[in-house]
Write a protein that binds this ligand. Structure first.
Ligand code: AMP
Ligand code: MG
Length: 327
């Protein structure tokens, strides 16, 4: 693929996403379920911390002036109760970044507290933590945003395999106006991605979160019923869903917030959005409004997400409208 004027940014990001996705996979192989911790009620793993430290460290080396806006911070890791976890993170990083001792790991993780600016990166080190633990999908998600517009998105997907190729995991990536592509986690060949041509809502292959508590299931079911979708939805964790839509292997993703006040975090949507769009699809909120990545760490001006092959988008937006106005 030809990244145009973002050649250097894309090159660095591709190398780091490959390294980071491989690290997450290796942490799971070595620590498995024991990687899981609960901090403030939300699940987090040794892999989340190790991946965030690695990506922050590499981006600081390459682009020291660019802020990083990422999901984790090191507040809990700095507490005495977290000493053995911190050591596990340092140990996991040792093969790839032996220069990162405990203090440097903590500082690198806290680089993720950056404030969105004219030019910044956003990272979800392990998107779909529950899928990571369960043995289902998860991704490392990295995006580059300039003046509120996503310019580059990459998803490192260790469990998204393409059997026609080498059976290894995937990297799915896109650069604005340059298309969306898949490459193997182990290889260098880029295959262009294209959304499906499905135009009949009832034939849609629909995706939703695996974790039912992340969405309003009743509203979701009503929308799917109005569209007369014939096949039950496929449940999948993380922005792997966006990668599957970009590849034409599903047609529609609907995310209705479980609680009205919930607002999506930019690292949960940015990389997946540009990948779907560059593959020919559309991404908006539930009202059909563009996702506004200039509103800070959260999508404060949007509610929910619809991602589609573009052909089904208008039907999905009007089904949502129908459900919300007939309550
Ligand atoms: P998914 O696997 O598509 O459900 O997306 C996983 C992401 O959902 C996580 O990275 C969280 O940031 C996000 N999340 C966590 N809690 C909620 C919630 N209550 N509603 C919506 N999304 C959530
Ligand atoms: Mg996430």
């Amino acid at each position: 693929m030809n990244p145009g004027s973002w050649r250097r940014e894309f090159g660095v990001a591709l190398d780091v996403i490959r390294e980071a996705a491989t690290l997450a996979r290796d942490v799971h192989q070595q620590i498995g379920d024991r990687a899981l911790l609960k901090v403030d009620q939300s699940p987090v793993t040794v892999a989340d911390f190790a991946v965030q430290a690695l990506v922050a460290h590499r981006l600081r080396q390459a682009f020291p002036a660019d802020p990083l806006v990422a999901e984790e911070d090191a507040a809990w890791l700095r507490s005495p109760a977290a000493r053995s976890t911190l050591q596990s993170v340092v140990d996991a990083l040792h093969p790839v970044a032996p220069d990162l001792d405990a203090n440097r790991v903590l500082d690198a993780i806290d680089r993720g507290r950056g404030v969105p600016s004219d030019r910044f990166w956003t990272l979800d080190p392990v998107d779909g933590t529950q899928g990571f633990i369960r043995g289902n999908q998860y991704v490392v998600a990295l995006a580059f945003i300039v003046c509120g517009r996503i310019e580059i998105g990459l998803l490192g997907c260790p469990r998204l395999t393409d059997d026609r190729q080498d059976g290894a995991g995937s990297i799915v990536c896109a650069v604005r106006t340059r298309g969306a592509f898949r490459t193997s986690l182990a290889g260098r060949e880029f295959v262009p991605l294209r959304v499906s041509s499905c135009r009949e809502p009832r034939k849609a292959r629909v995706l939703r979160s695996f974790q039912s508590e992340h969405i309003d299931l009743r509203t979701f079911n009503e929308i799917v019923a109005i569209l007369k979708v014939e096949t039950p939805p496929t449940l999948m964790d993380s922005q792997a869903k966006h990668a599957v839509i970009a590849a034409g292997q599903a047609d529609l993703l609907i995310r209705c917030p479980a609680e009205r006040e919930f607002q999506e975090r930019i690292w949960d949507q940015a990389a997946g959005s540009i990948i779907v769009e560059e593959a020919g699809g559309r991404v908006t909120d539930l009202r059909g409004m563009p996702l506004d990545f200039a509103a800070g760490r959260i999508l404060a001006r949007n509610e929910g997400v619809i991602a589609s092959n573009s052909h089904l988008h208008a039907a999905a937006v009007s089904a949502v409208q129908h459900v919300t106005t007939h309550r």
